[in-house]
Design a binder for this molecule. Structure first.
Ligand SMILES: Nc1nc2c(ncn2[C@@H]2O[C@H](COP(=O)(O)OP(=O)(O)O)[C@@H](O)[C@H]2O)c(=O)[nH]1
Ligand SMILES: [Mg+2]
Length: 421
């Protein structure tokens, strides 16, 4: 009897040991395979991680909007409530483009759609000097979240006027090629620059719009937009908006300033209000730092807004002031005999006819047009808006001597801080 009891105890003990060993093996196996943790454990850990990173979380930051300490844009115009999905201004996205640039056009569209337009569905307008191919129309329409429109530029807006001396024009192109001016030989590039200087805003397809946003193939927008730039333009009565400003190659505009100077004299203050305009931003006198690196042979310091990004009030370009100015410059033939770009033309016009507060530097928009880019300087903003740019990387225009942002801060619209509002 006693022996039976003893046997049963020993058996029980052995079973217990076996059970302990089995559990231990199971636990060690799970541990070794990383499957030991339970769902509850993971949930707890992720909650901890979430709490620890709340300061960096997008939702948290958006609900406590403080985008940048350096913003020009008023605090109350930014934020999720302003992403009012379908509230649009009377505006369009605009791309002048060639059929063969389709891939780059789609890349640029995708970037702008993902970062901005998917929330607004602004129309896209495509212009070309020849008809668009079906594949172009089909694929860009598919990429757009808004309506797409396509128009061919009339040849009268895209050709040398009959008063241009063709022999002189040919000799000048040859000369510009010889001295290695970028696009020095190109006739189409000159047509494009003249078109963007004096004709794009007169295209019928743009007639019913007030604002436009110029887009070029292969550009990239680095950050989620934190506001609708068209809304800012409208609410703050801005006529012209830029992201990058830099110095122009003087070889492309050797006599431009001479013509501008003549125009200013002839105007005698009729259109140009020297007391209130932004003239100081573009003149050499008293220019600071970087301008000295890019010394100019005229009073023009060569600063211009880089017009491959441009958001503007079309009515500024449609105005008699602007048209008079353009016609005067056009009559000099410099778009063809030299290679005047639309960027210095737009910039000089804005500096002559607008007040500093009518031009806005969109410093929150991350943007790249090779070889330069602009990347918002505030780290918190870059996190918040999921920016894909390397602020310290090569090509950040604001870290390069060629930039004119310092001139803009000092002589143009200045630098306004959020705390100033
Ligand atoms: N349809 C058309 N578009 C052009 C032509 N030349 C330039 N463009 C467009 O005009 C814009 C500026 O031209 P681009 O070559 O990018 O000049 P860059 O930015 O100064 O190097 C881009 O949107 C081009 O697609 C042309 O001959 N025909
Ligand atoms: Mg370009």
């Amino acid at each position: 009897m006693l022996i039976d009891q003893l046997k049963s105890r020993i058996r029980g003990f052995v079973y217990l040991i076996i059970c302990i060993c089995l559990v231990k093996t199971f636990v060690m196996y799970k541990w070794a395979n990383g499957t030991f943790y339970t769902d509850a454990y993971y949930i707890r850990r992720s909650e901890e991680a979430l709490r620890a990173n709340q300061l960096l979380s997008r939702r948290y930051m958006l609900s406590n909007v403080k985008l940048s300490t350096n913003s020009y844009v008023k605090h109350d115009t930014i934020g999720p409530t302003q992403l009012g999905r379908f509230q649009r201004e009377n505006a369009t996205l605009l791309m002048l483009v060639r059929n063969e640039e389709l891939a780059g056009a789609l890349r640029a569209m995708r970037s702008l759609e993902d970062r901005f337009n998917k929330n607004y569905h602004y129309d896209w307008i495509f212009l070309n000097d020849v008809p668009f191919e079906d594949i172009f129309i089909e694929t860009t329409s598919a990429m757009a979240s808004g309506i797409t429109k396509y128009a061919v530029v009339p040849s009268s807006d895209w050709s040398t006027p009959n008063w241009i001396d063709q022999d002189l024009y040919a000799r000048q192109r040859e000369y510009m090629t010889k001295i290695k001016v970028l696009h020095g030989e190109s006739e189409s590039y000159r047509n494009m620059c003249r078109f963007y200087s004096g004709f794009f805003f007169r295209q019928e397809v743009l007639d019913n719009y007030d604002y436009y946003f110029r887009v070029e193939p292969d550009v990239e927008y680095f950050c989620d937009f934190s506001y609708d730039p068209f809304k800012i333009m409208k609410e703050q009565n801005k006529k012209y908006g830029f992201v990058i400003s830099l110095h122009e190659y003087e070889d492309t505009i050797p006599t431009l300033w001479e013509a501008v100077d003549e125009y200013i004299q002839e105007d005698e203050g009729y259109d140009i209000d020297m007391e209130n305009n932004i003239f100081d931003f573009i003149i050499q006198e008293d220019s600071i730092s970087s301008a000295k690196v890019f010394d100019s042979n005229s009073d023009y310091n060569l600063c211009h807004f880089w017009t491959n990004f441009e958001i503007a009030d079309l009515n500024f370009f449609r105005s008699d002031k602007y048209l008079r100015f353009f016609n005067y410059l056009d009559s000099k033939g410099g778009f063809y005999y030299e290679r005047w770009g639309d960027a210095p033309i737009h910039t000089i016009a804005a500096s002559l006819f607008l007040r500093p507060d009518e031009v806005i530097h969109f410093e929150q928009i991350g943007y790249k047009h090779s070889p330069y880019f602009a990347c918002p300087s505030a780290y918190s903003y870059r996190l918040n808006q999921r920016c894909l740019c390397d602020y310290a990387g090569t090509g950040n225009i604001h870290l390069e001597a060629i930039s004119c942002l310092q001139e803009w801060w000092k002589w143009g619209g200045g630098k306004t801080f959020m705390s100033n509002y």
